[in-house]
Structures are given as C-alpha cells and as structure tokens.
Ligand binder design. Structure first.
Ligand code: PLP
Length: 497
C-alpha cells in the first residue's frame, strides 16, 4: 500500500502515507473479518455476526411509517416535487432555517425538555465524526493536547487526531470504581501533561459513554465544568447518545449544568456540544452531525468549515418536517427507549445465565462485557487479543476488545446489541452460551472436532492444517485462533475506500 509505483511515481502527503489514521486496531479489524463472512439467517447461518457496530435499528419501522405518511417531506415524490427547484439549488452553509429550528427543538426534547437550544448556534457537519474534527480544528493547533477519559470511543484516534495533528492523553478510569470518572483523575492527567510540557487545550467527554454506557451524574459534571473554567481549557461533550437511554434514568446534558451554575463558576465560551442523529434517531446514513457552541467565534468559524461537510438539503428538509412533528418525536423517543430496554434486558440476562456479567449501564447500544475470567493470563493484553481472535474466528461473533478503546485493564469487551433482529440476537446468545458452557477450562472433543473442521475448511486453499487430529486444550484453541490467517479478512469496506 502506498508504494511509489502504485501511486504513479508521485509522492503523497504525510497524511496519506502515515499510519496515523487510527484504523489499525482490532475495532476496525473486526469489521473487516465480518465483511468477509457476514452472517445471514438463511443465506449464511454460520457466518460472523456483527456485534461491533453501534447502530440502532430497533425503531426503523417507525421512521418508515412516518415517511410513508408524509410523502411531501421528500422532494423526489409527486407530493413534494413543487419544492424541488428551491431545495436542490440551496447551498448556504447556514443550512435551512427550518432545519436548524427543528434540530434545536429536537435536541431539547432528547434531553427531557429541561433545556432549550438556540437555532442560531446550530452548525451542521457530516455526522458527529465531522463535528468532532471540526471542533478540534476550531480549538487547537497541531500537537496540542486533549484529555479524554479511557476507555474511549475507538474512532477518536482517527476523528480527533488524524488530520488535525492534536494529541489525546487518556484519563485512566478503572473497574475498581466501575470506571467512574472523577475530577481527581482528570486533575492528575492534567498535571502529568503539564509536567511533560504539553499544551492542554481541553477535556473531551462522551456522555453517555461509549463504550461504557454509563452517564455522568450532575455533581460530577458540575465539578468538571468548574475544573475547565479554573484552568481556562475547553470542554467538549459528545452527547450523541443523549436520548439512547433505556433505564428511565435522567441523562444530564452539559447544557443543563451551564444553566445551573453561577457566572463565576462557568466560562460558557469554553463549552461545546457535539451531537448527531446517528444513534438517537438511528439515522447514521443521513450524516447529520451538529456542533453546538456557546462561543460566538467558534460558531462562526465552525460554520465556515461546515462547507466541507454540509448535510444535503433534501435531508435537511425532510428532517425539518419530521423533527417538528411533536407527536411523532415524543412517541419515537419513548418507544425507542422501551425497545432498547427490552433488548438490553434480554441480552444481559442471556449472558448472566452462563456467568457473564456486564458493567451496569443506563444508555448506549452496547454493553461492556467482563470476560476477565476467560483470559489465559488476567494481566495480559496478549491474552485479551487471543480470546478476541477465538471469539471472532471460532464463535463467529465480531465483538470489540477493550484494548481498542484504550482500556487499561485486559478482559473487557464491547458488545453491540441493537443492530440486529431478534432472531440474530438469539443465535448470537446461543453461540456465546454454547462456547462458555463448553469451555470453562477445557474445550470438549466434539466441539474441537467441529472447530477443526471449520478452520480446516477456511485454510484449505492456503495451508494444510498440521495438527487437526490432536485433542486440543483450551490453551491450544487460543493458539490456533491466532495462527489461522485464512480466517481473518484482508479486505473490508474500510480498506477498499
Ligand atoms: C461517541 C461517538 N461519537 C461519534 C460517533 C460517530 O457518529 P456519526 O455516525 O454521527 O459520525 C460515534 C459512533 O459510534 C460515537 O459513538
């Protein structure tokens, strides 16, 4: 990849040729493996089930019903065609006024109606991915540092760092207090960065957290706002899961805290929110991301930058109409939480039956699963990756290992549960239950024969399976998982892109 010959003899930029794109982790490798052998209930029942993608597909039927009932909202329909000329020609980077109003209104609803957002501060972006990068470009220069509580969203290494050149310093959270973020941990990371002469520009939170699914309580959030204000650094809160809450617990937005605190406790110019419709509305393909800043200069700069990632006006118009339909939105948000709650309950109960526990959580499209007891060496990330390879190659589930989220403790895995139908979820649960019940210490002979057969078939074209007749211990299975290159996919949409 990137050879001179392949690129027509011309050299490429440092960005194009460096490996700073952040995609070289198991998080993305898992997607590639899935891409090679995707599960389908009838067409490929032994394929890999995708549990590494935080998608919300549980309420797509409600969206489709609304679209059918409102054909006027899509301009490429007989009912909507009269608006075609105006909309197809509109390209102002402020976006359609009705879109900004509807998004601001929706953002308030997604936060329980406890806060209001100003449409004039809504800036568009290509998903939260684009919004996160835009805010970095507005706030920081190359080599500036942002503190990010770990474990953190795996693609931050790409989204925040790759093109901007900013650095991430993790604020380490641990299982000893259920990965709860404390101001002390942030203060410690801040001091360490200062001691190594790093220029700390801010703190980035995802609240609710990806990958943990936990929410920050109001007091902690207040203290973090006071902290950034006292240090004169920025606070960016990625609230992409604001309404993806399934326990009935109240999510507290930083917008609420900004309203609550006294003027001397918060410098609002330092506070910025990233949002998107990818999770709460289950519309990642629409690429609707939002930068919402209390800082006028940031709003103005981000708006100019939004030229690079505008949302199509057809999408804007349709969403303006959908999101201002209060009856639809209220029902959607309620029903989405309800369905997510049921799904989360079924999944975690199924895991519990075979002794697998997850971090207690309120939100998100995933659970943070504790498999420390299955590691060959509880203190080693190599063991975590060994187990991950078994899960992907033999159990045929794409889950994401904690190390790809910069978790400092081996043995945690993020497992997504809302991107599939009920039948697929039950197959996935069955596979996990089967695997765990047969492999507490040692794998059964029958299971191994089956596994050997799968591995043999996969490797047939590449190399002869040397030790297929051996009865294998659990430890051997780990090693085989590691040494079966034919099973992992060298191809994926990411690589082809
Ligand atoms: C915390 C967080 N931020 C940003 C994103 C990217 O979202 P989008 O699809 O809107 O770009 C994700 C997606 O998983 C996420 O979990």
């Amino acid at each position: 990849m990137g050879s001179l010959k392949k690129n027509g003899g011309a050299t490429l930029s440092k960005i194009a040729t460096s490996d700073q794109h952040g995609e070289n982790s198991e998080y993305f490798d898992g997607w590639k493996a899935y891409d090679k052998d995707p599960f389908h209930l009838s067409r490929n029942p032994h394929g890999i089930i995708q549990m590494g993608l935080a998608e919300n597909q549980l309420c797509i039927d409600l969206i489709k019903d609304w679209i059918k009932e409102n054909p006027k909202a899509s301009i490429c329909t007989p009912e909507g065609i009269h608006q075609f000329d105006d909309i197809a020609n509109f390209q102002d980077y402020h976006g359609l006024k009705e879109f900004r109003q509807a998004i601001a209104h929706f953002m308030g609803k997604a936060r329980g109606g406890r806060v209001k957002f100003d449409p004039e501060r809504i800036v568009m972006s290509g998903g939260a991915t684009g919004a996160n990068e835009t805010i970095m470009f507005c706030l920081a220069d190359r080599d500036d540092v942002f503190l990010v509580p770990s474990p953190y969203y795996a693609a931050f290494d790409r989204d925040l760092r790759w093109r901007t050149g900013v650095e991430i310093i993790p604020v380490q959270c641990s299982s000893s207090n259920n990965f709860k973020l404390t101001v002390e941990a942030v203060e410690w990371a801040y001091q360490k960065a200062q001691e190594s002469n790093k220029k700390v520009k801010g703190l980035i939170l995802t609240n609710p957290s990806n990958p943990l699914g936990t929410m920050l309580d109001k007091d902690t959030l207040k203290n973090l706002v006071r902290f950034v204000t006292s240090k004169n650094i920025h606070l960016v809160v990625d609230e992409i899961y604001a309404a993806t809450v399934f326990t009935g617990g109240n999510f507290v937005s930083v917008a609420e805290v900004v309203n609550d605190l006294d003027r001397f406790e918060v410098n609002v110019d330092l506070i910025h929110i990233v949002y998107s419709l990818s999770k709460d509305m289950g519309l990642p393909g629409f690429r609707v991301g939002i930068v919402y800043s209390y800082n006028d200069l940031v709003v103005s700069c981000a708006r100019k930058m939004s030229s690079f990632g505008l949302v199509s006006t057809q999408t804007q118009l349709m969403l303006a109409s959908m999101l201002s339909d209060d009856r639809f939105v209220d029902n959607f948000l309620k029903e989405s939480s309800r369905r997510l709650g049921i799904r989360h309950g079924v999944f975690t109960l199924g895991l519990k039956k075979v002794g697998i526990t997850c971090l207690s959580s309120d939100a998100g499209l995933f659970v943070w699963m504790d498999l420390r007891h299955l590691l060959r060496d509880r203190n080693s990330f190599e063991s975590e990756i060994e187990l991950w390879r078994i899960i992907i190659n033999v159990v045929k589930l794409n889950v994401s290992p904690g190390s790809s989220f910069n978790c400092t403790e081996p043995g945690w895995f993020r497992v997504c549960f809302a991107n599939m139908d009920d039948d697929t979820l039950h197959v996935a649960l069955g596979r996990i239950q089967d695997f765990v019940s047969k492999n507490n210490n040692k794998i059964s002979e029958k299971a191994m024969d089956n596994n050997d057969q799968v591995i043999q078939n996969n490797n047939a074209k590449k190399q002869k399976w040397r030790q297929s007749n051996l009865r294998l211990s659990f430890r051997r299975l780990y090693e085989d998982g590691l040494s079966s290159p034919g099973i992992m996919s060298p191809h994926s949409p990411l690589l082809r892109a």
